[in-house]
Design a protein around this ligand. Sequence first.
Ligand code: NAI
Ligand code: MG
Length: 366
Amino acid sequence: MEKTLAVLEGDGIGPEIVREAVKVLKAVGHKYGHRFVLNYAPFGAGAYFAQGSPFPEKTREICDASDIIIKGPVGLAVEQMNLIPPEQRPEIGAILPLRKRYDTFANFRPVRLPRNLAHFSPLKAQVIGDGIDILMIRELVGGIYFGAKIEGSATGMRYSTDECTYTADEIQRVAEVAFEEAKRRSCPLINIHKANVLATSRFWKEVVEDIARSYPDVPYRSLLVDNAAYQLVKNPALLNGVMLLENMQGDILTDQAGGIIGSLGLMPSACIGPEKSYVEPAHGSAPDIAGKNIANPYSMIGSIALMFDRCLGLTDEADEIWNALFAVFERGYVTADLAQDVHERTEIITTEAFGDMVVQHILKSS
Ligand code: NAI
Ligand code: MG
């Protein structure tokens, strides 16, 4: 297979973890006979400072001409972000327009922690039990993040409003993706909402429950988002399955999930659109650890595995990457973020060494 990929390295730890992910991509391509043409393009805060736009026209063209986009995290520390006008900051000026441009409505965020790696979690091993295996599917192009943002003043009092709208179509299409996935995995679908308070959430629940009727074989449960936040910490196994979340609730709970399995560096993701998709880690640019060769590249390398599986339908290639990632951990090697609870068999390695080990495992295994 031959594919053209746009590569947006992004800011902070972006270039460091994308470098490792590209190494892994090339190793898999070499082993399975795929050819990837990589076109690098600036995106994010660095692009703004260099070219005056966080999503320059040339980058748009490179993305348009690619089959899939590989995106590193974007953004800088607060002081530097304050130098950028709000509408040009990476989230508003680059990420949301990227999502909108390709209508990448379904965001797959797997949350996996096998029992033998329970020590990565800040929770007790007995809470992790037989392991965590949740696929969070987050709606990515609707809701409050895309609604009108209004600031004004009335009778001398300043106010601001963020509008939140969901249409039936927007809910239906992501719900169908989530039910199909739950069917494929033979697992329950857990619908997250705040229907006791929000009109959009009540509507979300109603539309999802209509779709549930077409999937009688998929066990369906719904859970208020605050209770879901509680259960994630108290009894995560209760949530093993596919969790369906609207945009903002999904943003928040997926970061919490990263904390529960030990690090945001364990959170890859794929953003699927009707025609074009892109992959990115679920976290930000981690300016606190950028440039030190200590970031965990699992999230970016796992995003390449998701690309093979979700975007190209190549499950053997995806499994090869997952197996290699877990093999590194099973041999006792971790990056610094996972080393709070170092036990005698753990050795801390760099971002680069982690990528090299994944590549070696792929090239060695038959
Ligand atoms: P963050 O997600 O970058 O970092 C939160 C914490 O997790 C930090 O302590 C960081 O060191 C750690 N962390 C994240 N990824 C890691 C990895 N791969 N390995 C090891 N540790 C890791 O969130 P923060 O600091 O609030 O945001 C930093 C910048 O990223 C901001 O400018 C923000 O706007 C932007 N951002 C961008 C996103 C994107 O590109 N999709 C998503 C979220 C935030
Ligand atoms: Mg987020």
